[in-house]
Design a protein around this ligand. Structure first.
Ligand SMILES: Cc1cc2nc3c(=O)[nH]c(=O)nc-3n(C[C@H](O)[C@H](O)[C@H](O)COP(=O)(O)OP(=O)(O)OC[C@H]3O[C@@H](n4cnc5c(N)ncnc54)[C@H](O)[C@@H]3O)c2cc1C
Length: 417
């Protein structure tokens, strides 16, 4: 039973866990209830496609914090509980199963789920036994159990999750073919130099990368996918398929309560929704970015944590707007890939360094202003870009100086106005 002095948090992932602990630290004195619809203690999702899938990290290593950390902060973690609906007037959260929890403040940290892959030959009511998605620990366990050395794996979708799965599966000795419908990998988020580099690294590791490859039909036999038929007339015989076709934000309760649009739960820079008693953080949210002057929904751990901290401050009566620069990392075939800023809308790419040496940056410019960078094995350059973008405005940069390794990057970025 909760009372109207409670902070009720729906979703026990990166955002929910952080929000609970940050709220306690910021002075929330009443009960804090953390509802999670999964069975595990809040855990890290990034290793699911990396170390955990390869068997290099176990379940214990995934946990964001030990159970004792929640106990010490007097946070009641309730696994297997799912928010169904919000009664804003009565400030009550309704759970599946019928329970009603009154709240003083409610936080929506419900993340997202894997976007179902729709293709001719697939019946959503009867998913084939060898078709996998990767969003949860249970998904990773199922995939890991099915992967064998020599397994013929098709990965549908060349986004970050698909690419990481391909790399990990190669590591485990599978025969991997990655199918990307766009003419190049990461076409939506990265420039050509980066796409070519990533494709080259995967090919060198033995991944069969096929771009411009549209799966037209899935042939299922005995409840398993047997073959993928491609639009170019070719076919691929498979043992298993991973669909990495993106995610959908979990917004049903927020939508019904008038707090979300089709992109996510709408929050401001303090992570507050249209209802001052309801905050939201993480993958389920959409927020206006002052830096890019548009609404963005970010799928990254750093964003989940920053939004959660802003939300925790708000529920405790403090205003701590979050203007953090979006950033993201990925590990593939031993490479440290880091991205600062958002590259969508760039009109120019500038390369600094030599992809052949596996150490370089791709800078994304729009109207001569730096909007983002991809860095490969260059953490110091990544930090410089993050800092430059975090100064409040997109810096104007000299593309020639940016490309010139003889000029320190710090100096080039500092010259920007
Ligand atoms: C395989 C994989 C690899 C990734 N790698 C990276 C990476 O390298 N770097 C990076 O920055 N990001 C990475 N991400 C993204 C990152 O994991 C997410 O951005 C992050 O998990 C977002 O945290 P969240 O708390 O918003 O959502 P989640 O972590 O998804 O947590 C939300 C939780 O809420 C639960 N929930 C949903 N609905 C309800 C409900 N109605 N009631 C109660 N609970 C509910 C969900 O089951 C889930 O447990 C990766 C994601 C995946 C899947």
């Amino acid at each position: 039973m909760t009372s109207a002095t409670d902070l009720v948090i729906a979703g026990a992932g990166h955002a929910g866990s952080e929000l609970a602990l940050a709220a306690r630290q910021a002075g929330w004195s009443g009960p804090i209830v953390l509802l999670g619809d999964e069975a595990d203690l809040p855990y890290q999702r990034p290793p699911l496609s990396k170390a955990y899938l390869c068997g290099k990290a176990d379940l214990e290593a995934l946990a964001l914090r030990q159970a004792s950390a929640y106990e010490a902060a007097r946070i009641t973690w309730r696994p297997g509980t799912r928010l169904q609906a919000i009664d804003r007037e009565r400030r009550t959260a309704h759970l599946y199963g019928g329970e009603a929890l009154p709240y003083a403040k409610l936080a929506l940290c419900t993340g997202g789920r894997a976007r179902p892959w729709a293709c001719e030959g697939l019946d959503p009511q009867h998913p084939p036994a060898n078709l996998f998605a990767l969003r949860t620990r249970a998904d990773a366990d199922a995939l890991r159990a099915a992967l064998r050395p020599g397994s013929r794996l098709a990965v549908v979708g060349g986004g970050y999750v698909g690419l990481e799965v391909a790399a990990s599966a190669r590591d485990l000795g599978a025969e991997v073919c990655l199918l990307e419908v766009q003419p190049r990998l990461l076409a939506r988020v990265a420039g050509e130099a980066m796409s070519d580099f990533i494709a080259g690294v995967h090919r060198a590791a033995g991944v069969d990368i096929r771009t411009g490859a549209a799966v037209q039909r899935v042939v299922v036999s005995g409840g398993r996918i047997e073959r993928l038929e491609l639009a170019d007339g070719s076919a691929l015989t498979v043992d298993l398929v991973v669909a990495g076709v993106g995610m959908l934000p979990n917004t049903e309760a927020a939508l019904a309560a008038g707090l979300a649009n089709e992109h996510g739960v709408v929050v401001d820079e303090c992570s507050v929704t249209a209802d001052p008693d309801i905050v939201a953080a993480g993958d389920c949210t959409v927020q206006h970015s002052a830096l890019y002057d548009r609404a963005v929904r970010l799928e990254s751990v750093p964003n989940a944590l920053e939004q959660a901290r802003a939300a925790a401050a708000w529920v405790c009566g403090q205003r701590k707007p979050n203007h953090a620069v979006p950033w993201f990392w990925s590990d593939q075939h031993g490479l440290k890939l880091q991205q600062a800023g958002l590259s969508q809308g760039h009109d120019r790419c500038v390369l600094r360094g030599d992809p052949g040496q596996r150490q370089f940056c791709v800078f994304y410019l729009k109207a001569d202003r730096l909007i983002a960078a991809d860095t490969v094995n260059r953490p110091a350059d990544f930090m410089l870009v993050r800092r430059a973008l975090g100064a409040g405005a997109l810096p104007r940069v000299d593309p020639v100086a940016l490309a010139d390794e003889r000029i320190p990057l710090k100096a080039t970025l500092a010259a920007g106005v």
